[in-house]
Structures are given as C-alpha cells and as structure tokens.
Ligand binder design. Structure first.
Ligand SMILES: *[C@@H]1O[C@H](CO)[C@@H](O)[C@H](O)[C@H]1NC(C)=O
Ligand SMILES: *[C@@H]1O[C@H](CO)[C@@H](O)[C@H](O)[C@H]1NC(C)=O
Ligand SMILES: *[C@@H]1O[C@H](CO)[C@@H](O)[C@H](O)[C@H]1NC(C)=O
Ligand SMILES: *[C@@H]1O[C@H](CO)[C@@H](O)[C@H](O)[C@H]1NC(C)=O
Length: 400
C-alpha cells in the first residue's frame, strides 16, 4: 500500500464522488488498491447522501460511466454526424435533450490535429479566463473532466501507479491528477489541451435576485463563432446573449429557469448550427452583421467559392451542475464538416430539409447570421446546381 499516497487517495475519492466507483477500471493499478477504492467510494457515497439532504432536491442519481470497449480506437472513430437542422421556419427554442453522460466528452479521429491547434490557439489568442471567485469551481471542473476521461477512456487516460499523475497515452504526456496546488492558468491549459471541448463555468450571482442570473466566471473558448470571448467574462446569461435577435423575448426566462433548476448528475444537451464561408475554427469576429451593415451585404456567387473551405458548423453544448461548488458548467464541442463532405453525406431528403432550414431563418436573425451573403450560394451547391471553384474534394487543415 506504499504507493497509495494521500494525494492519490484524494483523487480517487473524487472520482468516486462522481459515481464512477462501482466498477472502476484503473488498468494497471494493483488489486489491493482497487479494493480500497471500492471501499472508499462506498464510504464517500454514504457521506454524500447526508450532504445532499441539505440541498433543494435530495435525490441525485450518480451517472454510470461505462468504459468504451477494449477495441475502441480514437483514430478510427469518425466525428459524430450531428445534423440538427429542421424543416421550415426557424423557431428559437432551447431544444434541450437528455444527454447520456457517457457522451459528455468525445474522442474522435480529429483528436491529435485539434489538440495541436488548441495548444497554438491557447498561447496565441489567450481566449481563457478564471475570475478568483471561480477557482474552486475550476478545480472541481478539472477533477470532473479527468475523472470522466479516466473512467470512459481507460486505455488512453490512465492514472499512474502512484495515482498522482494522469498519463495521456495519445499525446504521451503526463499531468497532475489533483489540481489543488496548481495555478489557474495551468489548470486551464491542461483542460484546454487534453480535450477538444471548450468549457464555460457559471456561478450564481448572490446579488441579483430578480432573474436568478448566472454569471460567466471562467471559460476556455478557443473556437468562438463570431464573438470575442474576452468580452463575455463576468457577464450574465442575458448579457452574453444580448446580441442574438429574439433571445430576450423568447429565451431569457426559460434559459434562466433551466439554469437554476438543473441538478448535479443531470446531463442536458442541445445543438445549434450555422454555415461559414471562411476556413477558421477560431472566429472571434466576422460571422454576424448588424442592421447598419445590412446594405453592404452582397451575395456570394457559388462558382467563386471553394466548398472544401466552407463549413457546416455544429456546436454540441452539454450542461450539468458540479455537485460541490454548485457551478453550472457547459462543455462545448465544435464540429465542422466542409460543405463538400456534407453534400456527399446527405440524403436527397436531408438536402431538402437543409435548404428549407436555410430559408426558414427570417428577419433579424437572418441578418445576424448574414444569410444574404451565403444562403443562395450554399443552397445552389447543396442542390448540385454548382460545384464551386474547386470541384475536387480536398481535406482542409485548420490553422486558426
Ligand atoms: C415553429 O413553430 C410553428 C408555430 O408554433 C410551427 O407551426 C412550426 O412547425 C415550428 N417549426 C419548427 C421547425 O419547429
Ligand atoms: C470580474 O468580477 C470580479 C468581481 O466579481 C472582479 O474582481 C474582476 O476584476 C472582474 N474581471 C473583469 C475582467 O472585469
Ligand atoms: C451556438 O450558440 C451559441 C450561443 O449559445 C453561439 O455563441 C454560437 O456561435 C452558436 N454556434 C453555432 C455553430 O451556430
Ligand atoms: C458537378 O460535378 C459532377 C461530378 O464531376 C458533374 O457530374 C456535374 O455535372 C457537375 N455539376 C455542375 C453544375 O457543374
């Protein structure tokens, strides 16, 4: 038991806290340690029940995180083909769905390429922040994320024998399993560069009673679509969505209610999508237009566009609440599919739905999304009326 140092022990307890203890698969860890883990997990679970009775609702079900199968290979896993567009007029709704907690963070064949890009973006953009009020939540987030990775992808994220480090077997890097003594920049960097997902941490602002508003206190947003993330720090949910036309009337109240009600161990997901005619994942400006800019919008000609470099972009937003700090967290994965690949992938029916969805965006939102620029060109390409300027399919490697 010599290798079972207090620090390691603490991390394992945390992992247990998130309900991963029942069938923990810790790879090469000694059987004796596993036995202790099981017991301590049970102990912690008992302790947790008492703690929960003080909360507003006392019946949380810990998520069961199942390891991917032993023959799972990240490099053979295609990105999940989310196609969240709907036929007809666009209705702004939250469109929330229950998320299988196993799907919180994905490992797919884009991993190494995206991680390399994220390392570069982290240094170059510095699109991350953590207000001092969110340091505890950030540390809980770190344990939550890596607790998940160790449990879900045991062949790729492995606790070292002493339990003090995690070995990422894809990048071959080691990093601490417990962030207790780490600086916040280091915590942010390790989260940013070990998973493809961006993240947000929101804390309830004790001084705003009226709307139960949550305030953005920490984030990693290396793949923004049309806004500068640094302007969002310390902003309320309402302020963050301020520029989205229709948000205030349609979503503010339900969004705030949703955020105040979501419980730990409840996992919710929603997706939204857009089209972009530029080849960047990190797009802090340029995707949105204001009324004043409206007159200057000129439609693009489909034959001028290289559809290998125009993208269908989907954001998968997962929401839950961290049990200890009560922070609301969002884990956001950005998927990009070139319109060239998308067209090849969609059925005739889906192509029709997509064109209908492009037409279905109306009024101020159409303006905000600058549909006048790309709408007709995209439809023309999807319908096969044009093949663009580069008809041969070619893989685009993102450099921003
Ligand atoms: C949007 O709402 C209208 C009226 O509530 C409904 O008829 C229509 O089917 C909805 N469209 C979508 C895409 O959900
Ligand atoms: C965010 O708010 C905190 C207090 O709540 C303040 O100390 C900090 O300076 C603010 N940060 C920014 C960038 O405004
Ligand atoms: C999805 O919605 C968020 C706001 O919740 C917005 O910031 C983002 O740009 C949208 N992404 C896409 C791909 O439309
Ligand atoms: C687009 O390319 C396909 C395959 O090369 C070809 O059959 C089709 O005629 C082209 N369409 C246009 C509008 O050029």
């Amino acid at each position: 038991m010599e290798h079972c140092k207090p620090q390691a022990f603490k991390f394992i307890l945390k992992v247990g806290y998130y309900g991963y203890s029942s069938e923990m698969q810790l790879g090469l860890l000694a059987v004796t340690l596993l036995l202790v883990v099981g017991l301590s997990g049970h102990y912690f679970y008992t302790g947790r029940k008492t703690k929960q009775k003080t909360g507003p609702k006392a019946k949380f079900q810990s998520p069961v995180i199942t390891p991917v199968s032993a023959d799972f290979k990240w490099e053979e896993t295609e990105p999940y083909p989310y196609r969240p567009f709907k036929k007809g007029p666009y209705n702004m709704t939250l469109a929330l769905k229950k998320l299988d907690p196993n799907d919180l963070i994905a490992l797919e064949n884009t991993y190494l390429e995206r991680i390399a890009l994220r390392e570069k973006l982290f240094d170059q953009t510095e699109f991350y922040a953590c207000d001092d009020s969110a340091v505890d939540a950030l540390k809980e987030m770190y344990r939550f994320i890596f607790g998940f990775m160790v449990k879900r992808y045991p062949q790729y994220f492995e606790l070292t024998e002493r339990g003090t480090s995690i070995h990422n077997r894809i990048t071959q890097k080691f990093f601490p399993s417990d962030p207790a003594d780490m600086k916040k920049e280091e915590i942010l960097r390790l989260i940013a560069t070990n998973i493809e997902e961006d993240m947000l941490i929101m804390l309830k602002n004790p001084s705003t009673g009226q709307f139960d508003e949550y305030i953005l206190r920490s984030f990693i947003t290396l793949m923004p679509a049309g806004f500068n993330p640094m302007t969002k720090l310390n902003k309320s949910l309402t302020a963050i969505h301020g520029p989205v036309p229709g948000y205030l009337q349609k979503l503010q109240i339900s969004m705030n209610k949703f955020f105040s009600r979501v419980q730990p161990h409840e996992f919710i997901v929603r997706q939204n999508w857009s089209l972009q005619t530029h080849p960047n994942l990190c797009a802090p400006k340029g995707s949105h237009a204001t009324k004043e800019e409206a007159e200057k919008l000129h439609p693009l000609f489909p034959n001028d566009l290289d559809f290998n470099k125009c993208f269908f972009r989907v954001e998968k937003q997962c929401v839950t609440r961290l049990p200890e700090t009560g922070a609301i967290i969002m884990i956001i994965r950005t998927y990009t599919t070139s319109l060239m690949d998308l067209r090849a992938d969609l059925s005739e029916e889906q192509k029709g739905i997509m064109c209908s969805a492009i037409d279905g965006i109306s009024g101020d939102l159409a303006l905000y999304k600058r549909r006048a620029i790309w709408g007709d060109a995209a439809k023309s390409f999807i319908r096969g009326e044009s093949n663009g300027s580069q008809p041969i399919p070619r893989k685009h490697v993102f450099v921003h």
